[in-house]
Design a binder for this molecule. Structure first.
Ligand code: FAD
Length: 507
């Protein structure tokens, strides 16, 4: 049977990062990726001359990403260009990717009657944000005896906080969600989101969103690691509570002392491990761990001369076209009226790089939140399959028509269209319930430290990496995934050190 030091399941950012650090330390690493491309969700696809992202559109905390790439010996580092975000709701039209004091001025001008509340909310956000400069991820994984400022605000719901200081729903939603949705995070997590949005920035990597995994894969190979594409791991082999290797879908087995999974957390526990590897109580607790929701996304290639994009002042426009609660997906019909109250996110994707669209055209992405459960009943084949395709195309027609209210001419400008639903994110993104942003961000859904590490599993020798290996995305999705690989590699290397020291002592 083939054997290696370390097997890594999945060539997403987390898996490649772990592989690069371990290969750099001289370990024999094999990365097994079921798809025929690296990068996982940080990948792009091409349709009719347009290039679209399968997952992330931009990243945060690029300084950390660059530090890690430097540690791995990347010489030609990517440049990052800052993304700009705008929120529009009725007459309110605010650029939110600006320093906090500029956002405050815009809001004071628009809501003069809410001055006291606005000043209080900004004071708290500024105070918590000031502490984030010095907090490191490892500080977040422990609970301190006397709570820090951030920990105290982690125990307060942003919804309650906004309700107690502000009156206008548009203002509460904007400050509490950075968009037009009701606030759902804790105040501490919200402050972190403002830290990214207004202070550190959200950035697009030069060379494309897939540049970071590409650089990591180059380093893995340069250090002698191996990346095998089109190799799906079907089972993680376990003997007496310890991982001993993996079995591939073709039946071949590879032995190794360490297995690092970049696959979905729940899939790793429930599908890849033998059923008796962890206790029933633990399985029950994991099955109940809530995830973030999924998306309904439309990727559009449009002819520039046929539409008016002037409403989109930056790269991203978040808009609510009519007041009221969004129509729930189970009640939505494919008609414009049923999308007007949604938070619609329009991204002028090709503004990052004209090479993402043919000359005279733009690539535009529209998305709204969508729950997996509504689409789950349509999963499968045969009649259901046709019903699913027809439903998603009709819903896309309605959403494009709704978006035309802010981008006049949109419906007639479309030359290429692709639609992704929560089922797409589950089947092609390989994430449970098509979840797009890791574990739930909702206030009260997690207890314990602000960013618990899930890297160490109940099975010895099995570690997790990727954005789900921490309960909170402290460096954003891609930054946290990159950090997780470094974190898991450090665990493997320190365990190896202890093992080698014990061996020497024994001799
Ligand atoms: C729609 C969407 C939008 C997003 N937007 C952003 C954003 O704007 N900014 C941001 O930073 N992040 C965003 N993210 C999060 C993004 O997924 C992360 O940034 C990051 O790229 C995730 O990396 P990961 O290491 O967790 O693994 P993933 O990207 O999930 O990769 C895991 C890899 O493991 C492979 N794999 C799984 N199971 C097996 C198996 N059994 N055998 C072999 N291989 C297997 C998969 O094929 C995949 O290649 C978004 C995600 C989605 C889906």
């Amino acid at each position: 049977m083939e054997s290696t030091d370390i097997i890594i399941i999945g060539a997403g950012v987390g898996g490649l990062s772990a592989a690069a650090y371990l290969a750099q330390a001289g370990r024999k690493v094999v990365v097994l990726e079921q798809e025929h491309h690296i990068g996982g969700t940080a990948h792009v696809f091409e349709r009719g001359g347009f290039v679209f992202p399968t997952g992330p559109k931009s990243v945060t905390m690029p300084a950390h990403i660059l530090d890690y790439l430097c540690e791995l010996g990347v010489e030609e580092l990517p440049c990052f260009a800052r993304d700009s975000f705008q929120v529009r709701r009725g007459a309110m039209d605010v650029m939110i990717s600006a320093p906090l004091h500029e956002i405050k001025e815009q809001l004071l001008e628009f809501f003069p009657g809410e001055q006291d509340g606005i000043l209080t909310v900004f004071n708290v956000l500024e105070e918590v944000m000031a502490t984030l400069d010095v907090i490191k991820p490892e500080d977040l994984t422990i609970t301190t005896e006397s709570p820090t400022l951030a920990e105290s605000w982690d125990a307060v719901s942003a919804e309650e906080f906004m309700d107690s200081h502000l009156h206008d729903e548009r203002l509460k939603d904007l400050l509490g969600s950075q968009g037009t949705s009701e606030p759902e995070m804790s105040v501490a997590l919200l402050a972190r989101m403002w830290y990214f949005m207004s202070k550190k920035g959200i950035w697009y990597p030069g060379g494309g969103i897939c540049k970071i995994p590409e650089l990591l894969a180059m380093r893995v190979r340069a250090f002698g690691g191996e990346i095998r594409l089109g190799e799906r791991v079907e089972h993680i082999m376990v003997h007496r509570g310890t991982a001993t290797g993996v079995e591939l879908s073709g039946g071949a087995k590879i032995k190794s002392d360490h297995v690092i999974s970049n696959a979905d957390y729940k899939e790793t526990i429930f599908d890849l491990l033998p059923h008796n590897s962890i206790t029933a109580n633990r399985q029950e607790a994991i099955s109940r761990m809530p995830l973030t929701s999924s998306n309904f996304t439309i990727f559009l290639g449009v002819k520039s001369e046929r539409l008016d994009l002037s409403a989109i002042r930056g790269h991203h426009l978040i808009v609510k076209l009519m007041e009221g609660k969004p129509v729930p997906w189970e009640l939505k019909r494919p008609r414009i009226e049923d999308f007007l109250q949604d938070e619609i996110w329009l991204s002028l994707w090709s503004k990052h790089d004209p090479g993402l669209a043919p000359p005279g055209c733009e690539a535009l992405i529209i998305n709204v939140t969508a729950p997996f459960e509504h689409f789950a009943s349509l999963e499968g084949s045969g009649r259901c399959h046709e019903q699913y395709h027809s439903m998603k195309e009709k819903m896309a027609d309605a959403l494009v028509a709704a978006a035309s209210r802010v981008v006049p001419g949109l419906s007639r400008a479309v030359v290429v269209r692709e639609v992704a639903t929560p089922l797409t994110y589950k089947d092609l993104g390989h994430r449970s319930n098509g979840s797009v942003a890791g574990w739930s961000w909702r206030f009260g859904d997690h207890s314990g430290p602000m960013a618990q590490s899930l890297a160490i599993t109940p099975v010895r020798g099995l570690l997790m990496v990727g954005m789900q290996s921490f309960t909170s995305l402290f460096y954003g999705g891609m930054g946290t995934a990159l950090y997780s690989g470094r974190y898991a590699a450090a665990i493997v290397l320190s365990e190896t050190c202890v093992h080698e020291r014990d061996k020497l002592r024994g001799e």
